[in-house]
Design a protein around this ligand. Sequence first.
Ligand SMILES: Cc1cc2nc3c(=O)[nH]c(=O)nc-3n(C[C@H](O)[C@H](O)[C@H](O)COP(=O)(O)O)c2cc1C
Length: 192
Amino acid sequence: MLKDLVIRNRSYRGYDPSRKMTKEELESLVDLTRYTASSVNLQPLRYHIAWKEDEVDTIQGMTKWAAALPHLKLPFPGKRPTGFIIICIDTSLAPNPTVFLRDVGIAAQTMLLAAVEQGLGGCMIGNFDKDEIRNKLDLPINAEPNLIVAIGKPDEDITLTHVGADGNTRYYRDETGQKHFVPKRSLNEILI
Ligand SMILES: Cc1cc2nc3c(=O)[nH]c(=O)nc-3n(C[C@H](O)[C@H](O)[C@H](O)COP(=O)(O)O)c2cc1C
């Protein structure tokens, strides 16, 4: 069961716009993170959730998607996510945020697995300007945006493949741009 969720939990870059995320749904994803591991149990992560259309659009405009496929300009028009969760690190608690990057990953993956379980899905976005996000959304000065999680109902065709002999791990699409492929390494390759 967990393996199935992990496999279905892909980085989705196209969503059904009619499936709007609600404040309550995003809050319940954030609520789950309270039970996750945290370095020295400091729990310095703070979350900004966005579900209102204008704010979702604002955040969308500040995020960069699929840097490996710049010609496609993903998500395609009309296929944007309908919610965002911005994971911030409280720098008043954690003056050295790099110590807590692992906490951020654990929190993001936990929320995404729960989303997948509910028939939703998302994409972690690390490619954004944290000061632009903080200023545009008027976040507290001590809330340093670290990772953005897009959420919605995925509307994409994604296939996992194997990394070939050339060792290329880049994700790619077919000529229509609709079918997405993600090469993954074999167990043999990752076991030391
Ligand atoms: C920490 C982190 C940051 C990421 N940042 C971005 C990003 O800024 N934009 C994007 O389109 N994808 C981003 N991704 C998604 C990766 O491109 C994706 O995980 C990878 O292509 C493998 O696909 P998969 O998640 O479906 O296995 C990020 C993933 C991680 C783990």
